[in-house]
Design a protein around this ligand. Structure first.
Ligand code: ADP
Length: 415
């Protein structure tokens, strides 16, 4: 008894053939379109394939030609089943690679016998002259089908580009609209909390704590809005850099000071290698700090309490193109190989959105997934690059991750 694959989009026909073939002892595999028929032919290795010709997408002729070209499937008989009985249908099917032809409607009394004949080696053939005629027609139809698909794809691609542009415009507009009231709120908070003013002179600790919470929340919101603006500028290639001479050792000191309290809270060890020997580089200092801040806060987030984070610097390349290679290494959960590039995409999130937290430093607290995309965009705007390496993700053994930042030394602007 045989394993038979039936490629047919009409479920009623599939049911009918099943009801005929299963009592005859055959096993039936079913596919409702060409691509899944091809996949099932490869995975299921059937003894015979019944192919409906009028199926959407890849039609039965094209699916047959493809299956016949696959290793191990050239010898499997494919029998065309078609309702549209036009002159030349049989020849068309045989020219495309079918080994037999059965006209619909299916004659349930004859079908098992017809199938047994093909299983026992019956093959139908066309003459060479017929094949030449139909091959030419088949090729012409294939090319016109291909042309239509290319048109559809390029129109779908245009739609996607338009939607993507709309998305960027929306993010940009939303960020701009949010920035103005936030700046006002932050300004009032600044006045309220400025040293020496009388507003809070008599406030108790609970009130001061509340105000402190509001300041933190507003600053975090401003950070998110700034990230949204950065993302759209990077996408549009309009990120402006303010180049100035940078002393890397001072940048590291700032990072060390900034993260000292959280590193202490998480009982982690942040080691920053000596950079006093590194010559002055020309870069946008605030933007370089933004990259390092992102890498270090991620390292803290994805490393358990008590873990290690290390920043080291190498001078590489030779004049006229020397560059710095800065490594931020951690002893954290690591990154699975298939995510190593994806984490640099906008809004990429490795874990579900419910894990998002407002904390930038809690263990495994995810954010909006913009940090690394921006960091890479900023590195590239400097003519550098940013990538990650990791042996894999393992929240039990902590294999760690390494982020590499390449930063050219840059040149003073010419006036
Ligand atoms: P998020 O706001 O989610 O932290 P990022 O763009 O900074 O966004 O990071 C994207 C993702 O990359 C994170 O959600 C995390 O899964 C992964 N990731 C980043 N840094 C590390 C790291 N040091 N160790 C492990 N995973 C990391």
């Amino acid at each position: 008894m045989a394993k038979i694959l039936y490629v047919e989009d009409n479920p009623a026909n599939r049911l009918l053939v099943r009801q005929v073939l299963e009592p005859a002892g055959h096993t039936l595999l079913e596919a409702s379109d060409g691509p899944s028929g091809i996949r099932l032919a490869q995975d299921g290795q059937p003894d015979l394939i019944l192919m409906d010709i009028n199926i959407p997408g890849l039609n039965g002729y094209e699916t047959t030609t493809r299956i016949k070209s696959l290793p191990g499937l050239a010898e499997v008989p494919i029998i065309a089943l078609t309702a549209k009985v036009m002159a030349g249908d049989r020849e068309r099917a045989l020219t495309a690679g079918c080994d037999g032809y059965i006209a619909k409607p299916i004659d349930v009394d004859r079908l098992p016998r017809q199938i047994n004949e093909f299983l026992s080696g019956r093959r139908e053939k066309v003459t060479r002259e017929e094949e030449n005629i139909y091959l030419r027609e088949y090729n012409e139809r294939l090319v016109s089908h291909l042309e239509q698909k290319v048109k559809e794809l390029s129109s779908a691609n245009q739609d996607l580009t338009r939607t993507d542009r709309m998305k960027s415009r929306f993010i940009d507009m939303a960020a701009h609209e949010l920035r103005t009231p936030l700046t006002t709120v932050r300004g009032y908070l600044g006045i309220l909390t400025a040293p020496g003013n009388t507003f809070l002179a008599n406030a108790d600790d609970a009130t001061l704590e509340l105000i402190d919470g509001i300041v933190t929340g507003v600053d975090r919101l401003r950070g998110i809005v700034q990230d949204m603006l950065d993302v759209t500028r990077i996408e549009a290639g309009t990120l402006q850099l303010r180049q100035s001479p940078i002393n890397l050792a001072q940048v590291y000191q700032k990072i060390g000071r900034e993260f000292a309290p959280v590193v202490h809270k998480r009982q982690q060890m942040l080691t920053i290698g000596d950079a006093s020997h590194v010559p002055t580089i020309w870069a946008d200092g605030e933007r370089v700090i933004q990259i390092l801040r992102n890498l270090v806060s991620n390292a803290i987030k994805y490393t358990p309490d008590g873990g290690r984070i290390e920043i080291s610097t190498e001078m590489m390349g030779t004049p006229p193109q020397p560059y710095l290679k800065i490594t931020v290494a951690d002893s954290g959960v690591g990154i699975p190989p298939e995510q190593l590039e994806k984490i640099f995409e906008n809004f990429h999130e490795v874990r579900a959105i419910e894990h998002h937290s407002t904390s930038k430093t809690d263990f495994m607290g995810s954010g909006a997934g913009l940090g690394l995309a921006i960091a890479r965009g900023v590195a590239e705007a400097h003519g550098g690059s940013l990538w990650a390496e990791s042996p894999g993700y393992d929240p039990a053994t902590f294999p760690g991750s390494k982020f590499y930042l390449i930063l050219p030394f840059g040149q003073p602007p010419k006036d």
